[in-house]
Design a protein around this ligand. Structure first.
Ligand code: H76
Length: 437
């Protein structure tokens, strides 16, 4: 191994209570809300099909022009309690909120920039209202924070000369101030999810990324930080030059998931994926017909896929400028919630089972139960289960209590029958197992 000053601070998983809670939460929601919700993907009469929260970039809008949108920021239908109820009904255990996206507009009254909710017709501390409302219903709040800040004159993509260096060090000090502000104003926050850290300027300042993580953990003991913040002494991101994960969980799975057969290495560490409902829209886009929108079962499949490999899944919502959610998002949240109400025990506090994946889909594991989450119902009406050596299936029950037939078909192989009723949705069978290992 090579000596690193700014590599991984710890080897292996964290097992303290705060990290255990992060891990057991398993299902979260992302909220991408900012000035970009106002134009919703359209600028000067042209609709851009790229991600709506990047419209400033697609339409090449200068920062001072873009930030004029603040004059229109007045979400009259915003109701933090309604947002909290929608999340609770969906069955999410945490919500990640964009405190500040790349545009630099802050949902909290930051003292270090003029580009905040305070200087809009709305005036009030949106972030504070949301933290309070989510916490009141027992939902943890995580902060998304974009280091890249298009509104700040000292932001640099790369460091080309001494002037860049001096400006960027000022920028990092500004960022420190905002992070300290967030951690002290909202001490119940459980996690910081950093984004906008892929440019040369950050990779050349690995020291700062290590400092930012350590500073937050001093301010809020137990807080978790994602790997995307971190760059080591040589600019290596997520995993340091010795191959060790930096931060507390890997956060590279954005709109994609590890392969359930080829990428089993991820089961060795904590990780969290995040996904969009359309192909690639995080902020509100007025025209969702521009790309495929996943149906509720396709969203569920991604949630279960992540948990089956020991990861968390965060499903994204992009609220409208008026503070309400589009109908499609409300309907998907409701459908997920209905399924989670019946089947959540195969998700919450579950982990990778380590059994050989089958075509009917996924296993998850909790204590001495293994759950079979069936997305593909076989015409044979038999679900093949290959168990590890010295493992027996004692019984198999549907979560509604219906007993499933279990037939040993070969050494360490069983057939588990399917339910009589075709539920027209993924169903869950709970296996009680006995291992003589
Ligand atoms: C690229 C990029 C950003 N990362 C996702 C989580 C969204 O915030 C998107 O704008």
């Amino acid at each position: 191994e090579i000596g690193l000053q700014y590599g991984a601070d710890r080897l292996g998983k964290r097992y303290d209570a705060a990290m255990q809670k992060f891990r057991e939460n398993r299902l979260g929601a992302f909220i991408h809300w900012g000035l970009y919700a106002i134009p919703g993907g359209e600028w000067n009469g042209q609709v851009y099909n790229g991600a709506a929260e990047w419209l400033k970039s697609w339409a090449k809008v200068p920062a001072e022009e873009w930030l004029q949108l603040m004059k229109q920021w007045n979400p009259q239908n915003f109701d933090a309690k309604k947002w909290a109820k929608m999340a609770k009904d969906m069955g999410v255990k945490y919500v990640k909120i964009t405190t500040k996206h790349h545009e630099g507009f802050c949902l909290w009254p930051s003292k270090f920039t003029e580009y905040t909710v305070t200087n809009t017709p709305y005036k009030k501390d949106i972030l504070g209202e949301l933290v309070k409302a989510y916490n009141e219903v027992g939902i943890d709040v995580h902060f998304y924070f974009s280091v890249m800040d298009w509104s700040h004159p000292d932001w640099r993509y790369s460091i080309k000369n001494q002037e860049d260096e001096i400006a960027f060090q000022r920028f990092l000090a500004f960022t420190d101030n905002q992070l300290k502000e967030l951690a002290t104003r909202y001490p119940t926050v459980k996690d910081f999810w950093f984004d906008g850290t892929w440019d040369e300027s950050i990779k050349k300042n690995g020291w700062w990324t290590a400092h930012a993580e350590r500073m937050l953990k001093e301010l809020i003991p137990g807080v978790t930080v994602n790997s995307r913040l971190r760059a080591d002494d040589y600019g290596k991101r997520h995993f340091d030059s010795n191959g060790h994960l930096m931060g507390d969980y890997e956060s590279a799975y954005e709109r994609r998931l590890p392969d359930p057969i080829k990428d089993l290495q991820v089961t060795k560490w904590d990780w969290e994926a995040c996904m969009t409902l359309p192909e690639n829209q995080w902020g509100y886009h007025k025209d969702w017909s521009l790309s495929y929108v996943k149906n509720p079962v396709e969203v569920l499949e991604r949630i279960v896929h992540a948990v089956s490999m020991g990861g968390n899944m965060v499903v994204n919502f992009g609220p409208q400028a008026d503070g309400d959610f589009r109908t499609e998002e409300k309907e998907i949240a409701k459908a997920i919630g209905k399924w989670m109400q019946k089947n959540g025990e195969c998700i919450y506090a579950c982990d990778y089972a380590g059994w050989e994946k089958q075509d009917w889909e996924y296993y998850t594991h909790k204590k001495n139960s293994v759950y079979m989450i069936v997305f593909n119902r076989p015409y044979s009406k038999q679900l093949t289960v290959k168990v590890p050596k010295e493992t027996q299936i004692i019984n198999a029950v549907l979560l509604n209590g219906e007993k499933m037939k279990v037939t040993e078909t070969a050494r360490n192989e069983y057939n588990v029958g399917v339910p009589k009723q075709d539920f027209q949705e993924p169903f869950v069978i709970k296996l009680e197992i006995k291992s003589s290992k």
